[in-house]
Design a protein around this ligand. Structure first.
Ligand SMILES: *Cc1c(COP(=O)(O)O)cnc(C)c1O
Length: 413
């Protein structure tokens, strides 16, 4: 058989009828495989694509420079486009209900491209709501890309918008406090300024921000979309007009996703709904047990559910990190195994202390990403780790609980 596994046409077949999310997770971006005589997704590792017709190539390059649309046929050079990555992008767009999606080497590369697109239009001002993922906060606060940020709460968004505001950014549920915002209300406050929702913690299984008025959805695909802790990636789901600009920035700045990573992401997407359901069930159960535990000052668990739980301890959070045996003490999230970390030390270390505190990230906060282990095994490990350090006195416990459980004695050494 001389058919190429490479699909030269950017438009994959459209399914006959609308399909449920679980079906899209398995089939989107892969609808043409049977016709190609393939079952597994082909991986195209070419960096360049030969052509004897340089005039035709020039035309395709000109077309890309005009619209940023994916080129018809082979992509000239793999910084411009890649067929395996395109399959992941098509799949994610279908899951998010957007026209397009553009994948990057990491979540931070994806956010960088969004900011550069807007800044290149002279719209350098960003309005953002804390908390955000630590590095996103840092990228905006430090103005590394020549942007300027105004931090506000949801009620202050409309007033914070200026003529040069290019973007409003929120994260919901937010990293690491799991604070939620009403996307529809925020989108309304944004007026004509595009709203970016970092939906990494929710995934399209729990929330589809464009259905509530967001224009841009960002994922650190490193987390739930990949789902196994073995691929670093980012993706932006949006309309095709914005996607074209993102592709042009990606081409010029080079933050492309490797096709092997795209393959792993497609594999991860297949089980995303099943993983999210299973892990969320365990997370909700653990959140319940933690809320009833006298060693815990406060539990954060999102109303929309999910597999993340955050909690504040009366004791020393470092003792919990040191005490886990089954649970992995590591930053990141969304893998099949349960991970726990101390945001003030790790994920949000780069955020200045005062900003961290005002965003509700206390030194006693621990963030746990619940995986697919048996919930009783997880609870046993957690409860043993919570007992690992010196026990707080009963008096300390009562005082902190009565005071709204926000502040206790300084815990982090
Ligand atoms: C991890 C994370 C990011 C950054 O993604 P990387 O893939 O690590 O670059 C952005 N936003 C959220 C909410 C995250 O958790």
């Amino acid at each position: 058989m001389d058919a190429l596994p490479y699909d030269a046409s950017p438009a994959l077949p459209t399914p006959r009828a609308p399909r449920a999310l679980a079906t899209e997770a398995v089939h989107a971006g892969r609808d043409d495989l049977a016709a190609l005589g393939l079952h597994a997704v082909p991986i195209d590792l070419s960096t360049t694509y030969p052509s004897h017709d340089a005039r035709a190539e020039a035309e395709r390059i000109d077309a890309f420079a005009t619209t940023g649309a994916r080129p018809d046929g082979p992509p000239v050079y793999s910084r411009l486009d890649n067929p395996t990555t395109a399959r992941f992008e098509d799949a994610l767009a279908r899951l998010e209900g957007t026209q397009s999606a553009v994948a990057f080497a990491s979540g931070m590369a994806a956010l960088t491209a969004v900011l550069l697109v807007r800044a290149s239009m002279g719209l350098r001002h960003v309005v953002a709501v804390r908390p955000l993922y630590g590095c996103s906060d840092h990228l905006l606060t430090a103005g590394l890309l020549g942007t300027e940020v105004t931090w506000t709460d949801v009620a202050g968004i409309a007033d914070a918008i200026r003529p040069d505001t290019g973007l409003v950014m929120v994260e919901t549920p937010a990293n690491p406090t799991l604070a939620e915002v009403d996307i529809r209300a925020v989108a309304h406050a944004c007026g004509s300024v595009p709203l970016l929702v970092d939906s990494t913690f929710a995934t399209p299984v729990l929330q589809r921000p464009v259905e509530h008025g967001a224009r841009i959805v960002l994922h650190s695909a490193t987390k739930y979309l990949g789902g196994h802790g073995d691929v670093l990636a980012g993706v932006v789901a949006c309309d095709e007009e914005f996607a074209g600009k993102l592709r042009q920035v990606r081409f010029a700045t080079g933050g492309v996703l490797h096709p092997l990573a795209s393959y792993l992401l497609l594999r991860g997407l297949s089980t995303l709904p099943v993983r999210m359901r299973a892990a969320s069930t365990s997370a909700a159960e653990l959140a319940c047990r933690l809320a009833a535990d006298p060693r815990i000052a406060r539990v954060h668990y999102p109303e929309i559910g999910g597999a993340m739980v955050a909690f504040e301890v009366f004791g020393n959070p470092h003792d919990v990190i040191a005490g886990v045996r089954l649970i992995t003490p590591a930053v990141s999230l969304g893998s099949v195994d349960t991970l726990i970390q101390h945001p003030a030390s790790i994920s949000h270390r780069i955020v200045e202390e005062g900003d961290r505190r005002s965003a509700g990230i206390s030194d006693r906060l621990l963030r746990m990403s619940v995986g697919l282990e048996d919930v009783e095994d997880l609870w046993r490990d957690l409860t043993e780790a919570l007992s690992a350090g010196p026990a707080p006195t009963a008096r300390e416990g009562r005082t902190a609980a009565a005071g709204g459980a926000r502040e206790g004695r300084p815990a982090a050494r």
